[in-house]
Design a protein around this ligand. Structure first.
Ligand SMILES: NC(=O)c1ccc[n+]([C@@H]2O[C@H](COP(=O)([O-])OP(=O)(O)OC[C@H]3O[C@@H](n4cnc5c(N)ncnc54)[C@H](OP(=O)(O)O)[C@@H]3O)[C@@H](O)[C@H]2O)c1
Length: 264
């Protein structure tokens, strides 16, 4: 039998995962089945990528991996509807839903918790992973290899996942806000919006690539750009007056507080 994967929930995260894995041609090694309680979502994503969608789970043979990308309030019901497809390995993206709790609803399955961000769509995600002891060594190795197509994968303790929910899960939202503000600044000084946005996106992407390639401390790059009495240091003074760094740190703390409460 050909190995298959089932994706349950084809919203923001489900779509990003499917697109990210297809980008690395995993759909040529596994049969991908897409399922969403809103059939249209599964259908349109599947059609755009040449994949199969499922209307009725009872017609499906047990897949090897089942990705769960539904909201925390929907995960129990989703697992109950998947009972007949076990034993399978369930890869849950669901914030706050603990392995022990999920395994109660999947008694024959094994749970892997991941906390990806939406950048997995382009293979540039951050993907902390935590395995239940029920997951066999061979499955762990196969999954780590599969997930590495989505970006930087690393194993984490389950208690740490809320930290990464706040930092890398919410992080793209914070970065997007900064880019929008940068582009607005460009407009304020007279650059048309489309051009300003393109320049801002490339500036942030380039800055991140440089830090990554050189393994540099961010302060080093800042000092490198900011010449004495120059333009950059004038801008940095304004950011410091507005407590920019303190505010960003507080944003991460607030996101963490919220992440700890999501599962309750
Ligand atoms: N988005 C992120 O950046 C991000 C990052 C890390 C982790 N996550 C996690 O990923 C999960 C999904 O988030 P999302 O942003 O992708 O949510 P979303 O866009 O709302 O997508 C969830 C989809 O699943 C469907 N669904 C609900 N119950 C279902 C069921 N029993 N069977 C099949 N489909 C069902 C929903 O239908 P309805 O619209 O009818 O509810 C919706 O289409 C969440 O648990 C979240 O914690 C998200």
């Amino acid at each position: 039998m050909e190995d298959s994967m089932l994706f349950v929930g084809c919203g923001n995260m489900g779509s990003a995962l499917v697109r990210g894995l297809c980008r690395d041609n995993w759909h040529k090694k596994f049969r991908f089945f897409l399922f969403d309680q809103v059939l249209e979502k599964a259908k349109s994503l599947a059609s755009s990528l040449g994949l199969e969608w499922v209307e009725d789970l009872s017609n499906l043979e047990a897949p090897r991996f089942i990705f769960l990308a539904v909201k925390p309030g929907d995960v129990r019901e989703a697992l109950l509807s998947l009972r007949d497809l076990s034993p399978a390995v369930f890869i849950s993206t669901v914030a706050g839903a603990k392995i022990q709790d999920l395994e109660e609803f999947a008694p024959q399955g094994a749970i892997v918790r991941v906390m990806p961000n939406l950048c997995v769509e382009v293979g540039e995600g951050v993907v902390p992973v935590c395995f239940s002891p029920r997951v066999k060594v061979e499955e762990r190795e196969d999954l780590l290899f599969l997930l590495s197509s989505l970006g930087w994968v690393f194993e984490a303790q389950e208690e740490e996942l809320d930290l990464f929910t706040a930092l890398s899960g919410s992080g793209p939202g914070f970065v997007a806000l900064f880019i929008e503000a940068l582009a607005d600044g460009g407009v304020k000084i007279g650059i048309p919006w489309e051009k300003s946005l393109k320049v801002s996106v490339q500036t942030v992407a380039g800055g991140a690539s440089l830090l990554k390639a050189r393994g540099m401390h961010p302060a080093q790059l800042k000092n490198w750009v900011a010449s004495p009495g120059g333009t950059t240091i004038s801008g940095i003074k304004k950011l410091e007056e507005g407590a920019f760094r303190g505010l960003v740190m507080e944003a991460v703390e607030e996101a963490y507080k919220r992440a700890k409460n999501v599962g309750k």
